[in-house]
Design a protein around this ligand. Structure first.
Ligand SMILES: [Zn+2]
Length: 278
């Protein structure tokens, strides 16, 4: 767990677990001859990724950005995605002396299974929201997509991570930008899904952005490095062009959800295009 300070915010970057996804799907139009120099891969052509939720403390309030991955879907699902060590988020909470009931706000950047897995847990009474005392913030558009899946995104949305939260009335649907706490803003980052959002923290001159899958790892920082998983790749490109210059110029610390090596970095325009540096 990496601990950072962003002005008055205390930030914890948590490794919830690891999983592996097809390298071709992760790098879109970039040929293997190129992406294989940036990432290792296994004998099934899958590349290693971490699951990195972010905990933010603001005084006595705790905000959880993303809820990691879970083992609810079972053994076949675990094998396909080579999911390793799911659910370590709970250990991280415990290490901080926290339980799920101490989380005041959950921010779902989007509702894919590797970002919203612990929204819901299996209990003796059936499926139930894990963070019972929290509001779950998600863009209205994302909630619509997750509850109206089609053939192209159905494998990513598992209703078991969404419906119990909706039935308990814990979702708060957000439209566009929103300042949730002073200095903590939700920012729409469409492309991967239309309703994806990121989180920006600004306090006492310090800045951090959680990119969600707009930038899944720092190997993707180059503009054409867009995942084949993205439903709207050209929108991803436009969203990057809109936000990268500001994040670079204003010195945002950048946190990605899946980079296996660097929990955070900064970005800048280099001679060969956008690059990450630490
Ligand atoms: Zn995703």
């Amino acid at each position: 767990m990496v601990r950072l300070r962003v002005g008055r915010f205390e930030v914890y970057l948590v490794e919830d677990g690891r999983f592996w996804l097809d390298g071709g799907a992760m790098f879109g139009i970039v040929p293997k001859a190129i992406w294989s120099k940036k990432s290792e891969h296994d004998d099934q052509n899958r590349i290693p990724l971490v699951i990195r939720p972010m905990l933010v403390r603001d005084g006595d309030r705790w905000v959880l950005v993303e809820t990691g991955i879970d083992t609810k879907p079972g053994e076949k699902h675990r094998k396909i995605y080579r999911i390793e060590e799911a659910g370590r988020l709970l250990d991280a909470l415990k290490a901080l002396g926290l339980g799920p009931e101490d989380i005041h706000l959950v921010i779902n950047t989007h509702l894919h299974f590797d970002h919203a897995g612990l929204n819901v847990v299996r209990t003796d009474e059936g499926l139930a929201p894990l963070f019972r005392r929290a509001r779950y913030l998600v863009q209205r558009q994302e909630f619509f997509e997750a509850t109206h899946p089609h053939e192209r995104n159905r494998a990513s949305y598992l209703s078991e991570n969404v419906e119990p939260v909706a039935e308990a009335g814990l979702f708060e649907l957000v439209e566009g930008e929103a300042e949730v706490l002073p200095g903590l803003r939700l920012v729409p980052l469409p492309g991967h899904t239309l309703g994806q959002q990121g989180v920006e923290l600004v306090s006492e001159g310090e800045r951090l952005v959680y990119t969600a899958d707009l930038l899944p790892t720092f190997a993707h920082v180059g503009l054409p490095y867009v995942m084949a998983y993205d439903l709207y790749p050209v929108t991803t490109l436009a969203t990057r062009k809109r936000h990268y210059p500001r994040w670079a110029e204003e010195g945002y610390r950048v946190v990605t959800p899946h980079d296996p090596r660097r929990p955070y970095a900064w970005i800048r325009r280099g001679e060969g295009g956008w690059e990450a540096y630490t």
